[in-house]
Design a protein around this ligand. Structure first.
Ligand SMILES: [Zn+2]
Length: 269
């Protein structure tokens, strides 16, 4: 089950960062993202399609992933995700409020790439986390599984939260903590209603990831009524058809890779 995979990857991520902390070896977010994507694919080879795009730009600070979930009724929900890892010493997410040479904030760019008119995707940050601070991460937000500290290893929050934190340049775990959701909930938890996994995910998103209409408007963007679509982008369809096709291109220089997960009818009960 994809749920178990997500849970296990959170535990692994927490554990690996703990190891890295104990010997003062700072790991990078790209490392976790790549290994986590590999693991999801390895565990669900028939349901997962992936494509990694070669990095166009040297020295760019991180790049986005897109996750697309679909069911056999051709309903899709897409995510645009930027990953950040905790700094072992400062417990900050460095470069959270990164600004390009052209003064565009990375977060605003993520929002722009996510909230496109034709196929809006949910704009999220994924944080790779571990802390020994017992005062943090004490408020468990999952109603399905009992509190497990290590399940915060991979946690999600809305990009609009990051944008809001920018006004004070807050980038510490303690600042983000109130907004974090363990990532397994996205694919595990059904407490928000819905008749199939795509609806479950959509309802979970609506209840847990703040979408700021005003902030979106300031960027000239709109929040869609729903993120569920039957009409994903062409490159996603191409990857689904044949992930080994070397002729799938995107002019999106911020897109590092795409992962597509198909829920089969058994999961769709
Ligand atoms: Zn949950």
């Amino acid at each position: 089950m994809i749920c178990n995979t997500f849970k296990r990857l959170s535990l692994n991520t927490w554990d690996k960062i703990s190891q890295s902390r104990s010997v003062n070896f700072q790991l990078k977010e790209e490392t976790f993202t790549d290994l986590n994507m590999l693991d999801i694919k390895r565990n669900h080879p028939l349901k997962v399609r992936t494509k990694v795009f070669t990095k166009q730009e040297e020295g760019q600070n991180g790049a986005d992933w897109e996750w697309w979930f679909r069911n056999t009724k051709n309903q899709w929900i897409g995510f645009r995700i930027q990953a950040k890892i905790i700094n072992n010493l400062s417990e900050e997410f460095e470069h959270l409020h990164y600004q390009s040479k052209t003064k565009v904030f990375q977060c605003d760019k993520l929002l722009q790439k996510a909230l496109t008119k034709r196929t809006p995707k949910v704009p999220l940050y994924c944080f790779y986390i571990q802390t020994n601070n017992k005062k943090l991460l004490t408020k468990w937000t999952c109603g399905t599984f009992p509190p497990t500290l290590d399940l915060w290893g991979c946690s999600l929050t809305s990009a609009f939260v990051v944008k809001k934190l920018r006004t004070k340049f807050n980038n510490n775990l303690s600042h983000l903590e109130p907004y974090l959701k363990p990532w397994h909930c996205l694919v595990c938890c059904t407490g928000y209603g819905g008749d199939d996994p795509i609806e479950n995910i959509s309802n979970y998103v609506e209840a847990n990831f703040e979408m700021d209409t005003v902030a979106a408007g300031e960027l000239g963007l709109t929040i869609p009524e729903t993120f569920i679509t039957t009409n994903p982008p062409q490159y996603v369809l191409n990857i689904l058809e044949n992930e080994n096709n070397d002729n799938i291109f995107t002019d999106d220089e911020d897109l590092r890779g795409v992962l597509i997960y198909t829920f089969d009818d058994e999961e769709a009960k």
